[in-house]
Design a protein around this ligand. Sequence first.
Ligand code: AMP
Ligand code: MG
Length: 428
Amino acid sequence: MVPASHSAGVVSFEEARHIVAQHAARILAREAESVDLLSASGRVLAEPILADRDFPPFPRATRDGYALRAQDIAQVPAQLALVGEVKAGAVPDGSCKVKPGEAVSIMTGAPLPSGADAVVMVEYTTQSGSTVEIKRSVKSGENYVPRGAEARQGQMLLDRGTRVDHAAIALVASVGKSTLQVFRKPRIAVLATGDEVVEIDHDPGPSQIRNSNTYSLAAQVQNAGGEPVLLPIAPDERVRLRSLIEEGLKSDLLLLAGGVSMGKYDLVEQVLGELQAEFYFTGAQIQPGRPVVFGRCMRGRTEPALSLPKEVSDPHGKYFFGLPGNPVSTMVTFELFVRPMIQALSGGAPQPLVFLKARLKSDIRTKTGLKRFLPAVLSGEFENTEVELARWQGSGDIAALAGANCYLVIPPDREQIGAGESVSVMMR
Ligand code: AMP
Ligand code: MG
């Protein structure tokens, strides 16, 4: 059951993730489109991929060496008569059959000749004329893959809903498909708010700042598999804000940035409330990003305030996130909460957050109560991976974030963490 509170409050990080996951799980499959193989990278399959024949289609040698009968070389060294050769791509003919006491020279990727039940690596053999000496025994079945052992003809190799990565592309190529059905990319509206925010091609006044959130969000949306729809900056003024929110609700998901804090001119929640929004949380116990808001606008629940054209309306309403305007908060809350929603809207299952472990380089002191995702620098590799906090001036410090490469995750119950301790890191 998805909770449907209208006046949700501040929840823990885990609860906020759980709420988003519950809603993401309800998102229905979307329209599909046909794309060519390479354009499918990063998209989500809208059709299952079936094996068009057995995989491998013939018993495939996995080593260069000699195809033979394992029982003939139970005792080594053993001398076998060399009776032929099979290259990769060769069609095995009747003449190339391995009889007791015989061996056939074989290459990786070539079909195992009939009669043979194993391959001995060339490294363990010496050939002289038409005799080959085998110095090491093998078990029956060694160094070749039987026909159909990887998959049988007609078997499903990849299910609908699978995200297409390079391994999936290899599989699709191997069944001979050059075009495939993927789900349409969800359109994600991006709406920055704030009277002080100006477009990047405008000269900012002395107390104005350029709009960076629209662009970081658009880049994150693309990376998550969505198609960003950039809206003009909304001022901190009800009427215009409302009309831009209504515009944004025509997309599959609306991301607002700014205007969700406690300030007098933080109008986003109020205006969404006027549009009959349901709120699932209005804050999470995290830093940065505490004021993050998640909810949904239902179509035509009361007044016809939300006049969405039919073809873009979703019977389940439109989800939105109100992300805090501080650029680092905007970027972090996207990764934590928005990404899984976009993955679901793309037709796939939301992927879990992956944390890796690293050794802390220098002591950290913080306050308890919030789960923190702080810009940090990860260096070294393997067992020498180290991490340290980036020097930053708080969640407006884009330069510090751009110079960092990960987030150091601090649990809410830790006041101090000593150098040398193992800590969790979220890559970005
Ligand atoms: P707000 O969440 O609206 O209170 O904004 C928090 C901080 O983020 C303020 O310092 C804003 O100036 C800044 N900010 C808000 N929107 C943007 C934006 N689109 N680009 C860059 N900074 C922003
Ligand atoms: Mg603002």
